[in-house]
Design a protein. Structure first.
Length: 422
Protein backbone atom coordinates (compact mmCIF):
# COMPACT_ATOMS: atom_id res chain seq x y z
CA UNK A 1 0.00 0.00 0.00
CA UNK A 2 2.89 2.37 0.80
CA UNK A 3 4.36 1.74 -2.63
CA UNK A 4 1.02 2.40 -4.34
CA UNK A 5 0.46 5.66 -2.47
CA UNK A 6 4.05 6.78 -3.15
CA UNK A 7 3.69 5.93 -6.84
CA UNK A 8 0.44 7.92 -7.13
CA UNK A 9 1.90 10.94 -5.32
CA UNK A 10 5.20 10.98 -7.24
CA UNK A 11 3.56 10.38 -10.62
CA UNK A 12 0.86 12.93 -9.80
CA UNK A 13 3.39 15.64 -8.92
CA UNK A 14 5.37 14.98 -12.11
CA UNK A 15 2.24 15.22 -14.27
CA UNK A 16 0.84 18.31 -12.55
CA UNK A 17 4.15 20.17 -12.78
CA UNK A 18 4.59 19.20 -16.45
CA UNK A 19 1.07 20.13 -17.48
CA UNK A 20 1.13 23.34 -15.44
CA UNK A 21 4.05 24.46 -17.60
CA UNK A 22 1.92 24.09 -20.73
CA UNK A 23 -1.06 25.64 -18.94
CA UNK A 24 0.78 28.74 -17.71
CA UNK A 25 2.55 29.40 -21.02
CA UNK A 26 -0.70 28.95 -22.97
CA UNK A 27 -2.57 31.36 -20.70
CA UNK A 28 0.18 33.96 -21.02
CA UNK A 29 0.18 33.51 -24.80
CA UNK A 30 -3.55 34.14 -25.12
CA UNK A 31 -4.49 30.53 -25.84
CA UNK A 32 -7.70 29.29 -24.23
CA UNK A 33 -7.08 26.33 -21.92
CA UNK A 34 -10.40 24.55 -21.94
CA UNK A 35 -9.51 21.83 -19.46
CA UNK A 36 -6.71 20.97 -17.05
CA UNK A 37 -6.99 17.30 -16.15
CA UNK A 38 -5.12 15.28 -13.55
CA UNK A 39 -5.54 11.60 -14.39
CA UNK A 40 -7.18 9.91 -17.34
CA UNK A 41 -10.47 8.12 -17.94
CA UNK A 42 -13.85 8.78 -16.29
CA UNK A 43 -14.29 12.11 -14.52
CA UNK A 44 -14.44 12.07 -10.71
CA UNK A 45 -14.59 15.79 -10.01
CA UNK A 46 -14.77 19.05 -11.98
CA UNK A 47 -14.41 22.70 -11.04
CA UNK A 48 -14.60 25.61 -13.47
CA UNK A 49 -12.90 28.96 -12.97
CA UNK A 50 -11.70 31.75 -15.30
CA UNK A 51 -12.63 29.91 -18.54
CA UNK A 52 -10.78 26.69 -17.57
CA UNK A 53 -12.35 23.51 -16.22
CA UNK A 54 -10.18 21.61 -13.73
CA UNK A 55 -10.91 17.89 -13.60
CA UNK A 56 -9.75 14.93 -11.55
CA UNK A 57 -10.09 11.63 -13.39
CA UNK A 58 -10.09 8.02 -12.27
CA UNK A 59 -6.80 6.64 -13.61
CA UNK A 60 -3.72 8.25 -11.94
CA UNK A 61 -1.51 7.54 -14.97
CA UNK A 62 -1.13 10.89 -16.64
CA UNK A 63 -3.01 14.06 -17.32
CA UNK A 64 -3.42 16.70 -19.98
CA UNK A 65 -3.99 20.33 -20.79
CA UNK A 66 -6.70 20.73 -23.42
CA UNK A 67 -5.90 23.82 -25.46
CA UNK A 68 -8.41 25.30 -27.88
CA UNK A 69 -7.68 24.28 -31.46
CA UNK A 70 -5.08 21.63 -30.59
CA UNK A 71 -5.30 18.32 -32.43
CA UNK A 72 -6.51 16.52 -29.30
CA UNK A 73 -9.25 19.14 -28.78
CA UNK A 74 -12.31 17.74 -30.55
CA UNK A 75 -15.59 19.41 -29.67
CA UNK A 76 -17.41 19.43 -32.99
CA UNK A 77 -21.17 18.93 -32.66
CA UNK A 78 -22.47 16.43 -35.20
CA UNK A 79 -25.71 17.09 -37.15
CA UNK A 80 -28.69 15.42 -35.51
CA UNK A 81 -27.38 15.95 -31.98
CA UNK A 82 -30.08 16.69 -29.44
CA UNK A 83 -29.14 19.59 -27.20
CA UNK A 84 -30.61 21.99 -24.69
CA UNK A 85 -29.69 25.62 -25.34
CA UNK A 86 -29.66 28.09 -22.46
CA UNK A 87 -29.96 31.72 -23.60
CA UNK A 88 -28.79 34.94 -21.94
CA UNK A 89 -30.69 38.24 -21.71
CA UNK A 90 -29.57 39.14 -25.24
CA UNK A 91 -31.03 35.86 -26.54
CA UNK A 92 -27.59 34.53 -27.32
CA UNK A 93 -26.68 30.96 -26.42
CA UNK A 94 -24.60 30.95 -23.23
CA UNK A 95 -24.67 27.19 -22.58
CA UNK A 96 -25.02 24.18 -24.88
CA UNK A 97 -26.03 21.01 -23.05
CA UNK A 98 -25.37 17.85 -25.06
CA UNK A 99 -25.27 15.51 -22.05
CA UNK A 100 -28.20 13.45 -20.81
CA UNK A 101 -26.66 13.69 -17.33
CA UNK A 102 -27.33 17.43 -17.03
CA UNK A 103 -30.71 19.18 -17.01
CA UNK A 104 -31.51 22.91 -17.02
CA UNK A 105 -35.13 23.99 -16.72
CA UNK A 106 -34.40 27.12 -18.76
CA UNK A 107 -32.96 25.18 -21.67
CA UNK A 108 -34.59 25.14 -25.09
CA UNK A 109 -34.60 21.63 -26.66
CA UNK A 110 -33.10 21.73 -30.16
CA UNK A 111 -32.12 19.09 -32.69
CA UNK A 112 -28.96 20.61 -34.15
CA UNK A 113 -28.53 20.52 -37.90
CA UNK A 114 -25.41 22.69 -38.08
CA UNK A 115 -23.10 24.28 -35.53
CA UNK A 116 -20.20 26.67 -36.08
CA UNK A 117 -18.59 27.44 -32.73
CA UNK A 118 -15.32 28.66 -34.25
CA UNK A 119 -15.99 31.45 -36.76
CA UNK A 120 -19.68 32.31 -37.26
CA UNK A 121 -20.63 31.38 -33.68
CA UNK A 122 -24.07 30.15 -34.69
CA UNK A 123 -26.22 27.08 -34.15
CA UNK A 124 -28.95 25.99 -36.54
CA UNK A 125 -31.60 23.43 -35.67
CA UNK A 126 -35.18 22.42 -35.09
CA UNK A 127 -36.64 23.85 -31.91
CA UNK A 128 -38.97 21.76 -29.73
CA UNK A 129 -39.27 19.05 -32.36
CA UNK A 130 -40.70 21.45 -34.97
CA UNK A 131 -39.20 20.21 -38.24
CA UNK A 132 -41.06 22.72 -40.42
CA UNK A 133 -38.49 25.49 -39.92
CA UNK A 134 -34.82 25.76 -39.05
CA UNK A 135 -34.02 28.36 -36.42
CA UNK A 136 -30.65 30.07 -36.13
CA UNK A 137 -29.18 31.02 -32.75
CA UNK A 138 -26.24 33.35 -32.12
CA UNK A 139 -23.72 31.95 -29.68
CA UNK A 140 -21.93 34.10 -27.11
CA UNK A 141 -18.15 34.26 -27.53
CA UNK A 142 -17.64 32.91 -23.99
CA UNK A 143 -20.42 30.33 -24.08
CA UNK A 144 -19.88 26.89 -22.58
CA UNK A 145 -20.72 23.40 -23.78
CA UNK A 146 -21.66 20.51 -21.50
CA UNK A 147 -20.17 17.43 -23.14
CA UNK A 148 -21.51 13.88 -23.06
CA UNK A 149 -19.76 12.94 -19.81
CA UNK A 150 -21.20 16.01 -18.08
CA UNK A 151 -18.01 18.11 -18.20
CA UNK A 152 -18.66 21.81 -18.87
CA UNK A 153 -15.96 23.54 -20.91
CA UNK A 154 -15.78 26.81 -22.78
CA UNK A 155 -16.24 26.84 -26.56
CA UNK A 156 -13.16 27.59 -28.67
CA UNK A 157 -13.61 30.56 -31.06
CA UNK A 158 -10.88 31.11 -33.64
CA UNK A 159 -9.22 34.07 -31.89
CA UNK A 160 -8.34 32.04 -28.75
CA UNK A 161 -7.13 28.91 -30.55
CA UNK A 162 -3.59 27.58 -30.52
CA UNK A 163 -3.02 28.29 -34.21
CA UNK A 164 -4.06 31.93 -33.80
CA UNK A 165 -0.96 32.91 -31.79
CA UNK A 166 2.55 33.32 -33.23
CA UNK A 167 4.71 30.27 -33.89
CA UNK A 168 7.16 31.46 -31.22
CA UNK A 169 4.43 31.51 -28.55
CA UNK A 170 3.39 28.02 -29.59
CA UNK A 171 7.00 26.86 -29.39
CA UNK A 172 7.34 28.29 -25.87
CA UNK A 173 4.05 26.68 -24.85
CA UNK A 174 5.23 23.27 -26.10
CA UNK A 175 8.61 23.63 -24.38
CA UNK A 176 7.16 24.85 -21.08
CA UNK A 177 6.13 21.35 -19.92
CA UNK A 178 9.60 19.77 -20.14
CA UNK A 179 11.14 22.99 -18.80
CA UNK A 180 9.02 22.69 -15.66
CA UNK A 181 10.25 19.11 -15.22
CA UNK A 182 13.85 20.32 -15.37
CA UNK A 183 13.10 22.92 -12.68
CA UNK A 184 11.39 20.27 -10.51
CA UNK A 185 14.38 17.92 -10.87
CA UNK A 186 16.76 20.64 -9.67
CA UNK A 187 14.49 21.70 -6.79
CA UNK A 188 14.08 18.09 -5.61
CA UNK A 189 17.86 17.56 -5.64
CA UNK A 190 18.37 20.79 -3.65
CA UNK A 191 15.77 19.66 -1.08
CA UNK A 192 17.57 16.30 -0.83
CA UNK A 193 20.89 18.09 -0.30
CA UNK A 194 19.47 19.98 2.69
CA UNK A 195 18.21 16.68 4.11
CA UNK A 196 21.62 15.04 3.81
CA UNK A 197 24.45 15.18 6.32
CA UNK A 198 26.47 17.40 4.03
CA UNK A 199 27.04 17.11 0.30
CA UNK A 200 29.69 14.78 -1.07
CA UNK A 201 32.55 16.75 -2.60
CA UNK A 202 33.45 14.86 -5.77
CA UNK A 203 37.18 15.50 -5.39
CA UNK A 204 40.22 13.39 -4.46
CA UNK A 205 40.28 14.94 -0.98
CA UNK A 206 39.63 12.57 1.91
CA UNK A 207 36.95 13.01 4.52
CA UNK A 208 36.57 10.63 7.45
CA UNK A 209 39.08 7.76 7.80
CA UNK A 210 37.59 4.56 9.23
CA UNK A 211 39.22 3.48 12.48
CA UNK A 212 41.49 0.44 12.10
CA UNK A 213 41.26 0.50 8.31
CA UNK A 214 44.12 0.08 5.82
CA UNK A 215 44.18 3.85 5.31
CA UNK A 216 44.29 4.56 9.05
CA UNK A 217 47.14 2.10 9.59
CA UNK A 218 49.08 3.81 6.78
CA UNK A 219 48.71 7.17 8.50
CA UNK A 220 46.31 8.80 6.00
CA UNK A 221 44.35 11.69 7.51
CA UNK A 222 41.26 13.71 6.71
CA UNK A 223 41.89 16.43 4.08
CA UNK A 224 44.77 14.48 2.50
CA UNK A 225 44.50 14.08 -1.25
CA UNK A 226 45.14 10.88 -3.23
CA UNK A 227 46.62 12.06 -6.52
CA UNK A 228 47.21 8.65 -8.10
CA UNK A 229 46.67 4.92 -7.47
CA UNK A 230 48.96 2.41 -9.13
CA UNK A 231 50.20 5.11 -11.49
CA UNK A 232 46.66 6.09 -12.53
CA UNK A 233 45.70 9.71 -11.85
CA UNK A 234 42.67 10.14 -9.61
CA UNK A 235 41.35 13.67 -10.04
CA UNK A 236 37.90 13.08 -8.51
CA UNK A 237 36.20 10.74 -6.05
CA UNK A 238 34.59 8.66 -8.78
CA UNK A 239 37.92 7.76 -10.42
CA UNK A 240 39.56 7.35 -7.01
CA UNK A 241 37.06 4.82 -5.64
CA UNK A 242 36.83 2.94 -8.95
CA UNK A 243 40.62 2.61 -9.25
CA UNK A 244 41.03 1.36 -5.66
CA UNK A 245 38.38 -1.29 -6.31
CA UNK A 246 40.60 -2.67 -9.11
CA UNK A 247 43.39 -3.67 -6.64
CA UNK A 248 41.89 -6.14 -4.13
CA UNK A 249 44.63 -7.68 -1.97
CA UNK A 250 47.41 -6.24 -4.16
CA UNK A 251 50.27 -4.07 -2.97
CA UNK A 252 49.73 -0.74 -4.67
CA UNK A 253 51.54 2.59 -4.68
CA UNK A 254 49.42 5.58 -3.66
CA UNK A 255 50.56 9.13 -4.38
CA UNK A 256 49.45 11.21 -1.38
CA UNK A 257 49.44 14.98 -0.90
CA UNK A 258 49.30 16.00 2.76
CA UNK A 259 49.42 19.76 3.12
CA UNK A 260 52.21 20.87 0.78
CA UNK A 261 54.07 17.55 0.99
CA UNK A 262 53.70 14.89 -1.72
CA UNK A 263 54.83 11.31 -0.99
CA UNK A 264 54.34 7.75 -2.22
CA UNK A 265 52.79 5.20 0.16
CA UNK A 266 52.43 1.47 -0.49
CA UNK A 267 49.08 0.03 0.58
CA UNK A 268 47.36 -3.32 0.17
CA UNK A 269 43.60 -2.72 -0.27
CA UNK A 270 41.38 -5.08 1.70
CA UNK A 271 39.49 -7.62 -0.42
CA UNK A 272 35.71 -7.27 -0.36
CA UNK A 273 33.45 -9.81 -2.11
CA UNK A 274 30.11 -8.76 -3.60
CA UNK A 275 27.93 -10.60 -6.14
CA UNK A 276 30.77 -13.01 -6.86
CA UNK A 277 33.23 -10.20 -7.62
CA UNK A 278 36.27 -9.02 -5.64
CA UNK A 279 36.83 -5.33 -4.89
CA UNK A 280 39.57 -3.38 -3.14
CA UNK A 281 38.82 -1.16 -0.14
CA UNK A 282 41.06 0.94 2.12
CA UNK A 283 38.47 2.52 4.46
CA UNK A 284 38.18 6.12 3.34
CA UNK A 285 35.11 8.37 3.06
CA UNK A 286 34.63 11.31 0.70
CA UNK A 287 34.89 14.83 2.03
CA UNK A 288 31.54 16.48 2.72
CA UNK A 289 30.67 20.13 2.19
CA UNK A 290 28.14 21.55 4.67
CA UNK A 291 27.87 25.03 3.13
CA UNK A 292 24.61 26.54 1.84
CA UNK A 293 26.12 27.16 -1.61
CA UNK A 294 27.23 23.52 -1.89
CA UNK A 295 23.68 22.34 -1.26
CA UNK A 296 22.29 24.66 -3.93
CA UNK A 297 25.02 23.60 -6.33
CA UNK A 298 24.20 19.93 -5.69
CA UNK A 299 20.75 20.45 -7.23
CA UNK A 300 22.40 21.36 -10.51
CA UNK A 301 25.25 18.82 -10.43
CA UNK A 302 22.95 15.90 -9.55
CA UNK A 303 20.52 16.91 -12.30
CA UNK A 304 23.38 17.23 -14.78
CA UNK A 305 24.71 13.77 -13.89
CA UNK A 306 21.20 12.36 -14.45
CA UNK A 307 21.02 14.16 -17.79
CA UNK A 308 24.33 12.69 -18.94
CA UNK A 309 23.16 9.17 -18.06
CA UNK A 310 19.88 9.63 -19.93
CA UNK A 311 21.58 11.06 -23.01
CA UNK A 312 24.06 8.16 -22.93
CA UNK A 313 21.19 5.65 -23.10
CA UNK A 314 19.41 7.62 -25.84
CA UNK A 315 22.67 7.83 -27.75
CA UNK A 316 22.92 4.04 -27.74
CA UNK A 317 19.53 3.88 -29.47
CA UNK A 318 21.19 5.63 -32.41
CA UNK A 319 24.73 4.24 -32.33
CA UNK A 320 23.93 0.67 -31.26
CA UNK A 321 24.49 -1.36 -28.11
CA UNK A 322 21.03 -0.45 -26.83
CA UNK A 323 18.93 -2.86 -24.74
CA UNK A 324 15.22 -2.45 -24.04
CA UNK A 325 16.09 -3.26 -20.41
CA UNK A 326 17.46 0.29 -20.24
CA UNK A 327 13.91 1.64 -20.63
CA UNK A 328 11.05 1.46 -18.16
CA UNK A 329 7.34 2.18 -18.47
CA UNK A 330 4.72 2.62 -15.73
CA UNK A 331 5.16 -0.99 -14.57
CA UNK A 332 8.92 -0.60 -14.21
CA UNK A 333 8.55 2.79 -12.54
CA UNK A 334 6.09 1.30 -10.06
CA UNK A 335 8.51 -1.52 -9.24
CA UNK A 336 11.34 0.96 -8.68
CA UNK A 337 9.02 3.16 -6.59
CA UNK A 338 8.23 0.13 -4.43
CA UNK A 339 11.94 -0.35 -3.73
CA UNK A 340 12.64 3.34 -3.13
CA UNK A 341 9.64 3.86 -0.84
CA UNK A 342 11.12 1.41 1.67
CA UNK A 343 14.34 3.47 1.84
CA UNK A 344 12.82 6.66 3.21
CA UNK A 345 11.84 10.16 2.14
CA UNK A 346 15.33 11.18 0.98
CA UNK A 347 15.48 8.33 -1.55
CA UNK A 348 11.97 9.15 -2.76
CA UNK A 349 12.87 12.80 -3.39
CA UNK A 350 16.06 11.89 -5.28
CA UNK A 351 14.08 9.31 -7.27
CA UNK A 352 11.50 11.97 -8.16
CA UNK A 353 14.31 14.27 -9.29
CA UNK A 354 15.63 11.56 -11.59
CA UNK A 355 12.16 10.74 -12.95
CA UNK A 356 11.36 14.41 -13.56
CA UNK A 357 14.56 14.89 -15.56
CA UNK A 358 13.75 11.71 -17.52
CA UNK A 359 10.24 12.94 -18.29
CA UNK A 360 11.51 16.32 -19.46
CA UNK A 361 14.23 14.92 -21.73
CA UNK A 362 12.14 12.10 -23.21
CA UNK A 363 9.34 14.54 -24.01
CA UNK A 364 11.80 16.59 -26.06
CA UNK A 365 12.62 13.67 -28.38
CA UNK A 366 11.48 14.90 -31.83
CA UNK A 367 8.78 12.25 -32.28
CA UNK A 368 5.37 13.57 -33.39
CA UNK A 369 2.84 13.52 -30.52
CA UNK A 370 5.62 14.31 -28.02
CA UNK A 371 6.45 17.91 -27.13
CA UNK A 372 9.71 17.59 -29.05
CA UNK A 373 7.81 16.58 -32.18
CA UNK A 374 5.50 19.57 -31.82
CA UNK A 375 8.49 21.89 -31.38
CA UNK A 376 10.07 20.39 -34.52
CA UNK A 377 6.90 21.19 -36.47
CA UNK A 378 7.01 24.72 -35.03
CA UNK A 379 10.60 25.12 -36.25
CA UNK A 380 9.67 23.84 -39.72
CA UNK A 381 6.79 26.31 -39.81
CA UNK A 382 9.08 29.16 -38.75
CA UNK A 383 11.53 28.28 -41.54
CA UNK A 384 8.80 27.87 -44.19
CA UNK A 385 6.89 30.87 -42.80
CA UNK A 386 3.73 28.85 -43.09
CA UNK A 387 2.45 25.68 -41.38
CA UNK A 388 2.52 22.26 -42.96
CA UNK A 389 -0.75 21.28 -44.66
CA UNK A 390 -3.12 19.92 -42.03
CA UNK A 391 -3.42 16.53 -43.73
CA UNK A 392 0.38 16.09 -43.69
CA UNK A 393 0.59 17.09 -40.04
CA UNK A 394 -2.18 14.64 -39.15
CA UNK A 395 -0.40 11.77 -40.91
CA UNK A 396 2.92 12.62 -39.23
CA UNK A 397 1.24 12.77 -35.83
CA UNK A 398 -0.54 9.46 -36.44
CA UNK A 399 2.77 7.79 -37.28
CA UNK A 400 4.33 9.25 -34.12
CA UNK A 401 1.46 7.97 -31.98
CA UNK A 402 1.83 4.53 -33.56
CA UNK A 403 5.55 4.44 -32.74
CA UNK A 404 4.88 5.47 -29.14
CA UNK A 405 2.14 2.87 -28.69
CA UNK A 406 4.35 0.07 -30.04
CA UNK A 407 7.26 1.20 -27.86
CA UNK A 408 5.05 1.44 -24.77
CA UNK A 409 3.63 -2.06 -25.33
CA UNK A 410 7.13 -3.49 -25.79
CA UNK A 411 8.53 -1.70 -22.74
CA UNK A 412 5.55 -2.64 -20.54
CA UNK A 413 5.73 -6.32 -21.50
CA UNK A 414 9.47 -6.31 -20.89
CA UNK A 415 8.91 -4.70 -17.47
CA UNK A 416 6.35 -7.38 -16.55
CA UNK A 417 8.81 -10.11 -17.51
CA UNK A 418 11.67 -8.47 -15.61
CA UNK A 419 9.88 -7.65 -12.39
CA UNK A 420 6.99 -10.10 -12.06
CA UNK A 421 7.71 -13.24 -14.14
CA UNK A 422 10.52 -15.25 -12.65
Amino acid sequence: MTAIITFIIVFGILVIVHEFGHYYAAKKSGILVREFSVGMGPKLFAYRKNSTTYTLRLLPLGGYVRMAGAQEDDSEIQPGTMASLVLNDEQKVRKIITSSKVYDANGVPVQISKADLVDALTIEGYENGDETAIKTYSVDHDATIVEEDGTEVQIAPRDVQLQSVSVWKRMITNFAGPFNNFILAIVCAIIAAFMMNGVIDNSNQLGQIQSGSVAAQAGLKANDRILAVGGHKTNDWTSLSTTIQNYPGKKTTFKIKSGNKVSNVTLTPKTIKSSGQKYGQIGIMPKRDYSFSAKIKYGFTYSWQTTVQILHVLGKMVTGGFSINQLSGPVGIYSMTSQVSSQGLLSIILFMSMLSMNLGIVNLIPIPALDGGKILLNIIEAIRRKPLPEEYENVITLIGVGILVLLMVAVTWNDIQRFFIK
